[in-house]
Design a protein around this ligand. Structure first.
Ligand code: FAD
Ligand code: NAD
Length: 367
């Protein structure tokens, strides 16, 4: 239930209502917020349980009922952004009049801090798996038709598999299917595929099991998490991406989104740290993108190159960073994103502070 204390501390609580025609039932969520879009609401319909979770800042508003009548598998979700209204249109299985929407389930009509809500999972089917490098693969998962879920730019989800009788979860960051896929989110509704670039560690606990999955097998996918906020990109002029290994994954959507949706953007530079040339994810796509879009530049830095490598070498260092992070002017709006192994990210953060970049100008991706 909504508690007054919580509502006073955070944003004001949304509310919901519902109405029907002969064939449709529409659930309306009044968020009382303006910056709402299709990735703000996650809807799952399973058996007779209907669940719609709306995320508003750090809070979660839940509509959770056992529907009083059966509905068809597919439904649509619409957002009226300027008034912060979300409409979920369900199709009745039979054209009868419903007396009530359904029976309240756990936490129905609650508005609580997101950190206090457990993660909700749905089973997704493996649709395809493609080699990207010698140890990294592009996995495509399909959401069930009775789910609406769009992972916001810069956020991750948890994948869950039963391993020797125990449910194991690990975080992964969805990517686009390629660097050239037009960035339509959140404009195109009901995108049913989620892509992941995942490195398989032969001695790892989770990834060898993931790699064993056959096309058509299921893996559970959680609701999104993460503290990247898309407004960090608004009015940006220079975007610098520092990625190491699979730390490239959050950069994919950030890069695509920035190039497509931020008119003020003048330059995006990626410094991509890997052990060897064979470890570079999507190298030819990155080079093609740099050729096609003059705002984008990529530089590869290898920590264990062969003798033929004539490019930059070593780990992240103040010398590499000060040469790379040239801001256009003292006043230009800059964001530096950082992601990779923990020592990489920690050293990088320290070096950026020493180079006098402010906290607001740096975003590090962590769990
Ligand atoms: P682990 O069992 O964790 O082992 C990984 C490697 O470390 C193996 O080589 C193993 O031999 C070695 N190792 C394990 N324990 C030790 C030890 N004690 N000492 C020395 N070596 C050890 N990964 C991706 O590929 N793609 C993503 O999009 C992605 N997104 C992420 C998002 C977030 C927010 C975070 C925090 C991580 C992300 N990761 C991603 C990493 C991912 O969550 C897993 O950590 C990774 O897949 C390894 O899992 P694993 O269980 O297979 O390996
Ligand atoms: P890797 O072992 O292939 O190393 C890639 C590069 O990282 C190296 O070439 C080097 O430049 C740098 N590096 C590695 N160890 C370092 C050290 N001790 N000090 C300084 N630099 C170092 O990397 P990988 O196996 O692809 O691992 C990627 C890491 O990124 C994983 O730890 C994963 O959990 C993390 N990751 C985090 C997120 C997130 O937090 N959002 C997302 C994706 C990946």
């Amino acid at each position: 239930q909504v508690t007054d204390t919580l509502a006073k501390e955070g944003p004001s609580s949304p509310s919901y209502d519902w109405f029907q025609t002969d064939s449709l039932v529409t659930i309306v969520i009044y968020t009382k917020q303006k910056d709402i879009n299709l990735d703000s609401v996650i809807v799952d319909h399973r058996d007779d349980s209907f669940r719609a979770e709306t995320v508003i800042k750090d809070y979660s508003y839940l509509v959770h009922v056992a529907l009083s009548h059966e509905i068809q598998e597919d439904f649509s979700v619409l957002v009226v952004e300027n008034v912060g209204k979300i409409e979920i249109v369900l199709k009745k299985k039979e054209n009868t009049s419903w007396k009530c929407l359904g029976h309240p389930q756990e936490n129905h009509n609650s508005f609580i801090p997101k950190k206090d809500t457990g993660l909700f999972y749905r089973k997704c089917q493996l649709v395809s798996k493609e080699d990207v490098t010698h140890d990294t693969k592009l996995f495509c998962l399909m959401l069930p038709p009775s789910t609406h879920l769009e992972v916001p730019v810069g956020q991750h989800v948890y994948l869950r598999l039963p391993i020797t009788g125990t449910e194991i979860v690990k975080p992964y960051t969805p990517v686009c299917d390629s660097l050239f896929s037009e960035f339509k989110e959140p404009v195109l509704p009901n995108n049913i595929y989620i892509y992941f670039l995942i490195k398989i560690y032969p001695a790892g606990f989770f990834t060898p099991e993931l790699d064993q999955l056959q096309i058509g097998d299921y893996v559970s996918v959680s609701n999104p998490e993460g503290n990247f906020i898309i407004s960090q990109l608004q009015e940006l002029e220079d975007l610098f991406l520092l990625a190491a290994g699979t730390g490239f994954t959050p950069m994919v959507k950030v890069l695509n989104y920035a190039l497509t949706n931020i008119p003020s953007l003048r330059k995006v530079k990626l410094m991509f740290f890997n052990k060897t040339e064979d470890d570079i994810i999507w190298r030819s796509q990155l080079e093609k993108l740099a050729f096609k879009d003059k705002r984008f530049e990529v530089e590869f830095v290898l920590s264990a190159p062969t003798s033929e490598w004539s490019g930059k070498q070593g780990y992240i260092s103040p010398a590499l960073l000060s040469e790379f992070l040239k801001r256009r002017s003292d006043t230009s709006k800059v964001l530096i994103c950082l992601c990779g192994p923990t020592p990489f990210t920690e050293q990088g953060m320290r070096m950026l502070h020493d180079l006098n970049f402010s906290k607001d100008e740096i975003h590090s991706f962590t769990a």
